[in-house]
Design a protein around this ligand. Structure first.
Ligand SMILES: C[S@@+](CC[C@H](N)C(=O)[O-])C[C@H]1O[C@@H](n2cnc3c(N)ncnc32)[C@H](O)[C@@H]1O
Length: 404
């Protein structure tokens, strides 16, 4: 794939819409809403619930405004990445105790590694957690494996798992408890080097992905799957490639948070729940702004799921109490307030559904920039979709090899 052409085309599409994707809708409301083209909002308002669901999946029903249809078509084309084909089926014993998500990820990663790592004998897993991937790789491929994580408790669980599942051929897996940093680390750095060495990071949070890529310049093979892009800091962590630096986008913490927006394909129930959570949060925001304007943006925070299933009044009273605020409003008045702002909270929802259309494109921009960094360092690079998004939404794999 021509990563440069793809990044250039994506940034060209995204740049004009930066006022939409780079800012928080709620924190800047109502000015933030004014950034959305009037015809986009009019179209979104015309949708019924199934139409909103389709929009949430990136599909436009009826007669969408041409500018919106053209943008979504372009983003769909430019975010399309090849799928990794194949699955390494694990046995019932191997998947015992693993979640469906973890088992799926392991099957996909093993299948990706098998044909690409024939010259690999050693491997390191950065942020390896309980070491499931390391254990299965060392037993499947016979590699000597170091699983590094800063969380000692997770590693203890992993050691117990290793003993419990015991391999007849003995294990060549070693847990190392360390926090991997960008600085020189004589104890761990050599574990990332060598042409017969694979460096693997499965769901490396935020900047840990970049630490892995930078430390692995002497490795023969690298697999990185990132996550938690909201933990990145701009400009420290993006752009990282020369080409990306020449084609920058105004990433903000809000834009980075958007890239982590989870599930692309929600069930009916999940979509209905999301709408209710948004409705209560947005209504609470409007209430707090009216009652306590001097406090600026009041962060409602997360509530237990059951709270959103009850009345707005119950939700609002719980939030107010948690924040140490008092409204003197009765339950009936609070519920009536929610009804009175429904048109506005629906507009807030519709702006969110429209803004979410940028999430995948921004995630792909981050990954293209990393792919270009690795190309600039002399690697042959692939960017693949590896996991079913419904099981594991952060599903993009960066694969780099020296190929010589
Ligand atoms: C999202 S979890 C992924 C765990 C495992 N790779 C998996 O897929 O199940 C990220 C892991 O990275 C570890 N981690 C985060 N930053 C780290 C650092 N700087 N050094 C070592 N481990 C780190 C965390 O403790 C956590 O176990």
């Amino acid at each position: 794939m021509d990563f440069q052409a793809r990044l250039e085309a994506l940034t060209h599409q995204l740049r004009p819409w930066a006022p939409l994707w780079s800012r928080s809708i709620l924190q800047g409301w109502p000015e933030s809403g004014a950034a959305y083209p009037k015809e986009w909002l009019a179209y979104a308002r015309s949708l019924d619930d199934p139409g909103e669901r389709r929009l949430d999946r990136g599909e436009l029903v009826g007669e969408p405004p041409p500018s919106l249809a053209a943008l979504l078509d372009a983003l769909e084309e430019l975010t399309a990445l090849p799928w990794h084909q194949g699955r390494h089926a694990l046995t019932v014993t191997q998947t015992q105790g693993l979640s469906a998500k973890k088992a799926h990820e392991l099957e996909q990663v093993l299948a990706l590694l098998a044909p690409r790592t024939r010259s690999i004998r050693l491997a390191v897993d950065i942020g390896g957690g309980m070491g499931h991937l390391s254990r299965l790789c060392s037993r499947t491929f016979g590699w000597t494996f170091h699983s590094i994580d800063r969380d000692a408790a997770l590693q203890d669980k992993g050691r117990r798992w290793l003993t419990r599942t015991h391999s007849a051929h003995g294990d060549t897996l070693c847990f190392i408890q360390a926090s991997v940093e960008d600085s020189l680390q004589p104890q761990v750095d050599p574990l990332f080097s060598g042409r017969d060495r694979a460096s693997i990071g499965l769901h490396t949070c935020g900047p840990l992905a970049l630490t892995q890529l930078r430390k692995s310049q002497g490795a023969g093979f690298i697999l990185n799957i990132g996550c938690c892009y909201d933990k990145l800091e701009v400009p420290r962590d993006h752009p990282v490639s020369r080409f990306g630096s020449a084609h920058p986008l105004p990433f903000t913490p809000h834009a980075l948070a958007l890239t982590t927006r989870g599930r692309q394909h929600k069930t009916d129930e999940e979509f209905a729940r999301m709408k209710r959570v948004y409705a209560w949060r947005f209504s609470f925001h409007l209430l707090a702004r009216q009652l306590f304007p001097e406090r600026g943006f009041v962060r409602a925070g997360d509530s237990p799921r059951a709270r959103y299933a009850g009345s707005f009044a119950d939700y609002a009273l719980d939030r107010l109490e948690r924040l140490g605020l008092h409204s003197n409003m009765t339950n009936a008045q609070l519920d009536a307030f929610e009804v009175s702002v429904r048109a506005e909270t629906r507009d807030l929802l519709l702006c969110h559904l429209l803004r979410d259309r940028f999430a995948r494109a921004l995630e792909v921009v981050l990954l293209l920039d990393r792919a270009l960094l690795m190309e600039e360092l002399g690697f042959q690079v692939e960017l693949l979709q590896l996991f079913e998004p419904s099981l594991s939404p952060r599903n993009l794999a960066l694969v780099a090899s020296r190929g010589d």
